[in-house]
Ligand binder design. Structure first.
Ligand SMILES: NC(=O)c1ccc[n+]([C@@H]2O[C@H](COP(=O)([O-])OP(=O)(O)OC[C@H]3O[C@@H](n4cnc5c(N)ncnc54)[C@H](O)[C@@H]3O)[C@@H](O)[C@H]2O)c1
Length: 230
């Protein structure tokens, strides 16, 4: 392997641009070699911004490239499982944005491909590394807060997503709530989508009750009224 991990990034949209900036500017052990997106202009724009030497409109070219050690998948949700399997089968380490897939069968198939290949694999559940969440978890586990009866979590994303995003993300509510509740055994779930208004796509309230009887409610929205409300 080269002295720096040679990374190929697939998906040059909103989060892909963010990961490309981080890889190019904040990860000294990585070298972003190629950016790919089915929309070539998006790949070209991100590659130019961060100084990646190559771009492509063909994601398969990244997974097949022997010069690439690791693949960062930031493409649309409905493409994750196939890209994970292709990258793993080619022997690449894989980081993929959440979620793996929108159904269990595709999720299991992607995980099986990773296990067969024995490659490093991580999903972008960044809240698990968020200092505020890490501290809250430590406080709860230490008992410093006493018996926790109810956790309320609120996430606001200050702009509505494009329609094309909504069509493949599995629904905005599921898209957002997976960040906080992926491992939680839900016994009661409510989801409220208010009457559609301009720029107001979805919001959800999910109530979870774990075996220890802690209730958790998650309130997520991604719309252009967020800033005014919070
Ligand atoms: N962890 C987080 O907090 C977080 C935040 C935002 C997005 N995400 C996830 O990241 C993914 C992308 O989100 P986004 O907001 O950047 O979406 P986006 O729509 O802005 O970008 C997606 C990009 O992927 C490209 N694309 C689609 N299919 C492709 C394929 N098969 N191969 C290559 N490129 C392909 C599209 O052309 C587009 O440029 C989603 O799965 C989303 O759930 C995670």
């Amino acid at each position: 392997m080269a002295d720096r991990v040679r990374v190929g990034l697939i998906g040059a949209g909103r989060i892909g641009r963010g990961h490309a900036r981080a890889l190019a500017g904040q990860v000294p052990d990585a070298r972003l070699v190629v950016v790919a997106d089915v929309v070539g202009a998006a790949a070209e724009s991100v590659a130019a911004e961060v100084g990646a030497p190559r771009w492509s409109a063909d994601p398969a070219m990244v997974t097949a490239d022997p010069e690439i050690d690791a693949v960062v998948i930031c493409a649309s949700t409905n493409s994750h499982a196939g890209l994970i399997a292709a990258a793993a089968e080619a022997g690449k380490a894989v980081f993929c944005e959440k979620p793996i897939a929108l159904d269990l069968e595709s999720t299991d198939a992607a995980i099986a491909a990773v296990e067969r290949a024995g490659v490093p694999f991580q999903i972008g559940f960044q809240r698990r590394f968020d200092p505020a969440y890490v501290k809250a978890k430590a406080l709860i586990e230490s008992g410093a807060l006493g018996r926790v009866e109810h956790i309320r979590e609120t996430m606001r994303d200050p702009a509505p997503p494009p329609r094309a995003y909504l069509e493949v993300c599995g629904g905005l509510y599921r898209d957002m709530v997976v960040l906080q509740t992926s491992n939680e055994p839900a016994v009661a779930v409510t989801h409220r989508i208010p009457r559609p208004r301009r720029g107001h796509w979805s919001r959800g309230v999910r109530i979870l009750r774990d075996p220890g009887d802690v209730r958790m409610s998650v309130h997520d929205r991604r719309d252009d009224e967020t800033c005014a409300e919070t």
